[in-house]
Design a protein around this ligand. Structure first.
Ligand code: NCD
Length: 309
């Protein structure tokens, strides 16, 4: 099946060979992403970038990706910038974006909003994050980063840390890694541990998963530590947030016995979960990871708009 015309809502919408195709295509896009080569392969195409929740990296890298390939971008940033604030339905907003462009990237606070949007759009819908649901394009750039930095993904042990309950990046990533056979540790306090349905899906795929609240124990044997922010805005009770805020910190002391090649990733934004003194170490890959969002999204836009050839 071709990727042309496809909606990308959950990471499960992509088969492993399709993920490989996207990562291989992304590799070939790096020079264009850096501005060292020019491309016009999406000349005349338009991306609607509809971001109804705050975003720095995802929105800007989608837009940069489209512009680097010679396409154009129309954008809504924030509900207050659109007629949603006047009471227009999401369905009608999507119908308009569909009429004005060739592909839609959407971020919305409600879980399931991207899947719903896809039912109102002829053109491809790409989920840029739906509430506490999924964030499949983040996972593609995360996988690209692991592959570039460490080689084979299935051979690694990945420790995912922080807000696993509300962190949509961790949901998509865990489901993808499980399919690749990657062993994992999920490190979080109980009230923000990985949702049970994801733990069950991951275990059904036969990979080993450890559920724990002890980060230090996992650091020394991990190949990847994937830190995340505790997502204050998604807690119903501020009191619950306060109980788990600042739960984990990676600092130089924590890294004393880490493997030499271990990499630290983070979808960003970070608050205080990685101390800035870690930034200059060879472990820190979160800024290159953020850059990798551009070639990865270039690859995805190219493939859903033009297909594989
Ligand atoms: C994340 C998100 O929006 O899900 N950021 C991102 O897209 N890189 C993580 C977060 O907000 O903490």
């Amino acid at each position: 099946m071709t990727l042309k015309g496809r909606d990308i809502v959950n990471i499960g919408d992509l088969s492993l060979p399709e993920i490989d195709t996207i990562l291989d295509t992304a590799k070939g896009m790096v020079k264009i992403a850096r501005g060292e080569e020019r491309s016009k392969i999406l000349d005349g195409k338009i991306l609607s970038s509809l971001f109804f929740e705050p975003s720095t990296r995802t929105r800007l890298s989608f837009e940069s990706a489209m512009l680097r390939l010679g396409g154009g971008v129309i954008t809504i940033a924030g509900q207050e910038g659109s007629s949603l604030i006047k009471g227009e339905t999401l369905a009608d907003t999507i119908r308009m974006a569909d009429a004005f462009s060739d592909v839609v990237a959407i971020r919305h606070p409600r879980e399931g909003a991207a899947r719903l949007s896809a039912t109102f759009s002829e053109n491809p819908i790409i989920n840029g994050g739906d509430g506490a649901g999924q964030h499949p394009t983040q996972t593609l750039l995360d996988l690209f980063t692991i592959r570039e930095e460490l080689g084979d993904i299935g051979d690694q042990h990945v420790t995912i840390v922080g807000d696993l309950r509300f962190g949509r990046t961790t949901h998509s990533l865990a489901l993808a890694l499980a399919r690749m056979g990657t062993s994992m540790s999920f490190v979080a306090p109980k009230i923000i541990q990985m949702p049970e349905h994801i733990v069950n899906d991951v275990r059904e795929m036969g990979v080993s998963v450890k559920i724990t609240n002890d980060l230090k124990k996992e650091v020394d044997h991990s190949d990847v530590i994937y830190m995340t922010r505790i997502q204050k805005e998604r807690f119903a009770e501020e009191e619950d947030y306060r109980k788990v805020a600042h739960a984990f910190k990676i600092d130089m002391d924590m890294l004393k016995d880490a493997k030499e090649n271990m990499i630290i990733m983070h979808p960003l934004p970070r608050i205080d979960e990685i101390h800035p003194s870690v930034d200059p170490t060879p472990h820190a890959k979160y800024f290159i990871q953020a850059f990798n969002g551009v070639p990865t999204r270039m690859a995805l836009l190219k493939l859903v708009l033009e297909g594989e050839s």
